[in-house]
Design a binder for this molecule. Structure first.
Ligand SMILES: Cc1ncc(COP(=O)(O)O)c(C=O)c1O
Length: 385
């Protein structure tokens, strides 16, 4: 049989999928393995999609997004960050993931590298690898006071083949976020060295010590080599809808349209109408969701963080805990054991880049009752180690 590209054949199997496949859809298993809230998309967003469908919004639309959503994104950016964006800097994409893929497609040639702050969600480094590039991981340090980034380590990892630094802040899986001073230092470094920044800010609303996470948009100039990735998935509970957007330099607008076309011809038309309504009318829902996550985070921190085998930094943002299990060697086998024997689904830490063996990731955007039960089951599993 003719072969596929080595970048594809060499890709590691998805370890989160390897665990979830054991029992996906099994009602007896509490699923904390994927990054999504257990809440349904709220009715007012669903109704907007139904109305759009009923009125015939079911055809191809502008590959960079329908005018209503493009305007809603501009208004939202103004309301959340106080930033007046040039509309030419926005392209609506078929998801946050598509935005990351498009950004990567514009930058990475065979043999280039992208330096990424790690632990990191695997789909992100698969994008670089798919393009024939190297994903270089600079790991956050787990300290007494939480996850910390050593900027010297980040800068030392860059060389003449570095096309971009990828920063997911707030982070999946650690809940770390980058403060404005570090953002400024990264921006200064990248300007000096001619390196792009890809800032993945899909969790910007899910933050516990302030209203919104710091954005690179607040410190960058419009013509900086900066991409900012956004998604409707998380704060509005729209994971299955597939809609996001990319902020980019204005002069790349036409290329963004071409790439959006090549990837999936943009986000689904009626979904875009619903996304515009979500951005415009969704503030109460977002606030409710964040409060729910805050309570959930406290439960996880108290229960799991209190276990004597566990080291857990309190997440500042996003809805994940990334505990280190002392003495655990094979996190993949243990995650499988948790599913089979204790009926709770977690993701193995080793899925999130190098040096994460012995960690597990769980998504805590769940009801308090379900989480409490999940904590009992995880504890039972830990007690067998
Ligand atoms: C850090 C990060 N970026 C991007 C995404 C992509 O989100 P979506 O493709 O659902 O918009 C996710 C989803 O889990 C994520 O965790």
């Amino acid at each position: 049989m003719p072969t596929v590209r080595t970048a594809i054949s060499d890709m590691q199997t998805q370890r989160i999928g390897e665990v979830s496949r054991i029992a996906i859809g099994d009602p007896d298993v509490i699923p904390l393995w994927f990054g999504e809230p257990d809440l349904d998309t709220p009715d007012f967003i669903r109704q907007a999609a139904i109305d759009a469908m009923q009125s015939g919004q079911t055809r191809y639309v502008n590959k960079r997004g329908i005018p209503e959503l493009r305007q809603a994104i501009l208004d939202y950016t103004q309301a959340q960050f106080g930033i007046e964006l040039d509309g030419e800097r926005i392209t609506v994409t078929g998801s946050g993931m598509t935005a990351i893929m498009i950004a990567t497609e514009t930058l990475v040639n065979n043999g280039d590298n992208v330096v990424m702050i790690s632990p990191i969600w695997p789909n992100i480094f698969y994008c670089t690898q798919t393009m024939g590039g190297e994903s270089r991981h600079v790991r956050l340090d787990l300290t007494e006071t939480g996850w910390r980034l050593d900027l010297d380590k980040l800068f030392d990892a860059c060389d003449e083949r570095t096309k971009a630094i990828f920063i997911a802040s707030p982070s999946n899986p650690t809940g770390w976020l980058m403060e404005p001073e570090q953002q400024q230092a990264v921006l200064d470094f990248c300007r000096q060295r001619g390196i792009w920044i890809i800032a993945d800010e899909v969790y910007h609303r899910i933050v516990y010590d302030r209203a919104v996470a710091p954005s690179f948009l607040s410190i960058a100039e419009p013509d900086d080599a900066l991409y900012v990735v956004h998604s409707m998935s998380k704060a509005w509970c729209m994971t299955g809808w597939r809609c996001g957007w990319l902020v980019h330099p204005a002069d790349l607008g036409d290329k963004m349209g071409d790439l959006s076309g090549i990837n999936n011809t943009g986000s689904t038309s009626f979904v875009q109408h619903a996304a515009a309504v979500a951005l415009r009318d969704g503030e109460d829902f977002v606030a409710m969701g964040v409060e729910r996550c805050r309570r959930a985070r406290d439960i996880v921190h108290q229960r799991l963080g209190g276990h004597d085998r566990v080291t857990l930094a309190a997440p500042k943002a996003a809805f994940y805990a990334f505990p280190k299990i002392d003495g655990l060697k094979d996190d993949l086998a243990f995650a499988k054991q948790l599913v089979r024997e204790h009926r709770v689904g977690l993701a193995p830490g080793s899925a999130f880049g190098p040096d994460n063996e012995g960690f597990l990731r769980l998504c805590f955007a769940k009801s308090e009752a379900q989480l409490s039960e999940a904590m009992d089951r995880i504890e039972a599993g830990l007690n067998t180690l």
